[in-house]
Design a protein around this ligand. Structure first.
Ligand SMILES: NC(=O)c1ccc[n+]([C@@H]2O[C@H](COP(=O)([O-])OP(=O)(O)OC[C@H]3O[C@@H](n4cnc5c(N)ncnc54)[C@H](OP(=O)(O)O)[C@@H]3O)[C@@H](O)[C@H]2O)c1
Length: 325
């Protein structure tokens, strides 16, 4: 088969679509013919040599894909050859075939085409596991999503709105904020022009954010606590603004608040399977009834993965950039 190989750490040019050995299907795995994968920010870090794949994962990038079941491992039940699925991966999605632990498979939701479904698993599992399972967002909460126009952000806005939250977002341009508004965000903050804590407090009558989904890290820690409502929860899932910051524990205690940090990729398969099961049970129906939809920026052939990485690196996209086989 062919895969997008990282020939050496570096710029997008190091990505090469070339022949690699076929994956083998272990007893607890399912082998897929990949229809499409999608670019995640972590793939750019992996390409640069900063985010090696976990043990046992293929060397080539790709944290999610969609496709058709080709072979089912001897210990797997519930899936059959020909099933149309999408999958959460530890790596290896940028390829014609991939072997996936069966607990990380999801059916393609009704109403979503096979290619678009490639952009669902990573963002939906990340958003659900953090905003709902870890931070306990409930109807009536205020959810602040940083980077509202990102792959993660576009999913988080829709999930928040579908669950009855008021959604605030940050983004760096008016165009991106307009797209966030179309998805249901009602508090729009251009982080280049405004301080988001004051903007969120003003827009919520002084209440602040009950849950913050943060992709910036150190640079926003103090401001995130400032933006928080009493009893609020910050979930840090990205470090685009650095990894080390000073934490004002008095401010945290005064708000009876919590700061949570998570990664999805490094979790053991059993934890990923638990997240996937909850996503299938509680989030998939929201996709099937149209409340939540994949937001696709562009479709790019896998052989041109370097162009897709440039697009995401330059931040010109809204939502997901899909790589098609
Ligand atoms: N922990 C986990 O398990 C996990 C899983 C998946 C993703 N993530 C993280 O989630 C983040 C988003 O991933 P993605 O694949 O969706 O990335 P993406 O589509 O490339 O989006 C990155 C976003 O960051 C925004 N941004 C940059 N600087 C900002 C700032 N100062 N304030 C607010 N927004 C800012 C950009 O928006 P502008 O152009 O408007 O600046 C852009 O929309 C990444 O950091 C990724 O590593 C973590």
């Amino acid at each position: 088969m062919r895969a997008v190989v990282i020939t050496e750490p570096g710029d997008p040019e190091v990505l090469e679509w070339r022949d690699v050995p076929d994956p083998e299907c272990a007893p607890d795995e399912v082998l897929l013919d990949v229809a499409a994968s999608a670019v995640n920010r972590a793939d750019l870090l992996q390409r640069q040599g900063h985010y090696p794949p976990p043990a046992g994962a293929p060397e080539w990038p790709g944290l999610e894909c969609s496709g058709t079941v080709r072979e089912v491992g001897s210990a797997v039940s519930g899936w059959s050859p020909g099933d149309r699925v999408c999958a959460l991966l530890s790596g290896g999605g940028y390829a014609e075939r991939v072997a996936v632990p069966s607990g990380q498979l999801l059916p393609v939701p009704a109403g979503v085409d096979l290619v678009s479904a490639a952009g669902l698993p990573e963002v939906m599992c990340t958003v659900w596991s953090n905003v709902v399972m870890a931070a306990g967002l409930v109807s009536g909460d205020v959810l602040l999503v940083h980077g509202g126009a990102s792959g993660i952000g576009t999913a988080a806005i829709q999930v928040g709105v579908a669950l009855g939250a008021t959604v605030a977002v940050t983004a760096g341009t008016r165009e991106k904020l307009d797209r966030c508004a179309e998805l249901g965000a009602s508090i729009l903050v251009n982080y280049r022009e405004e301080e988001f804590p004051a903007a969120v407090r003003d827009a919520t009558g002084g209440h602040g954010a009950d849950v913050v989904l943060d992709i910036i890290g150190a640079k926003y820690l103090e401001a995130n606590i400032d933006a928080l409502a009493t009893g609020g929860r910050i979930v840090v899932i990205g470090l685009q603004g650095g990894r080390k910051a000073e934490l004002n524990l008095q401010a945290l205690m005064g708000k009876r608040a919590s700061v949570i940090g998570t990664t999805l990729r490094g979790r053991p398969p059993v934890e990923k399977a638990a997240i996937v099961a909850d996503v299938r049970e509680r989030l998939w129906p929201l996709i099937e009834n149209g409340a939540v939809a994949p937001v696709i920026d562009s479709l790019i052939p896998m052989s041109m993965a370097a162009d897709a990485h440039r697009l995401v690196e330059e931040g010109r996209h809204v939502g997901k950039v899909i790589l098609t086989v």
